[in-house]
Design a protein around this ligand. Structure first.
Ligand SMILES: [Zn+2]
Length: 163
């Protein structure tokens, strides 16, 4: 493992931040979510803080009180708008503006290059294979390719963030 990967910021996001969670995964950041926890735990805030410490993650939350409890381990997201949230994390020096298509947006698993049989068996794959690079999530058994799910995000990162 390279030093760069070891020091890269990892996140855990609260339930309010589903869209930001998907965006961060598309940007290649290891981002787990409160959605992985069973619902209805009245001590969920404490669980999230514990996970942040144990797994060396930054807690992202819309709850200013929770962020205060997390101290330097937490960031209070000011805006409801996902691009403003991304911008806040860039401005804080926590992430870079990039798109890597290296993690599954659904489950956070690192993607690998897809085998031909996996592309063939996915009826939702585009027919013009040579124009694309395909990636595969072993957990969800889901095919990704550049320009599919990432396209809109790519344009938003290009057009809506400060230089
Ligand atoms: Zn997945």
């Amino acid at each position: 493992m390279s030093a760069e990967i070891r020091t890269e910021t990892r996140f855990i996001a609260d339930r309010m931040l589903g869209t930001l969670t998907r965006y961060l995964r598309f940007m290649g950041y290891d981002t787990t979510s409160a959605n992985r926890l069973a619902e209805g735990n009245t001590k969920e805030d404490t669980v999230l803080l514990d996970i942040a410490v144990q797994e060396h993650r930054i807690l992202l939350t819309r709850d200013a009180e929770l962020a205060r409890r997390g101290k330097e381990r937490a960031v209070s997201l000011r805006s409801e708008d996902v691009m403003e949230q991304v911008q806040q994390l860039i401005d804080a020096g926590l992430i870079e503006r990039r798109l890597t298509m290296s993690r599954c947006s659904l489950c956070n698993t690192a993607l690998r290059e897809a085998f031909t049989c996996e592309i063939q068996n996915a009826d939702y794959a585009p027919k013009n294979w040579r124009d694309h690079t395909f990636f595969w999530c072993d957990h969800c058994r889901k095919l990704y390719w550049n320009g599919s799910h990432g396209k809109q995000l790519e344009e938003r990162l290009e057009n809506e963030l400060k230089r």
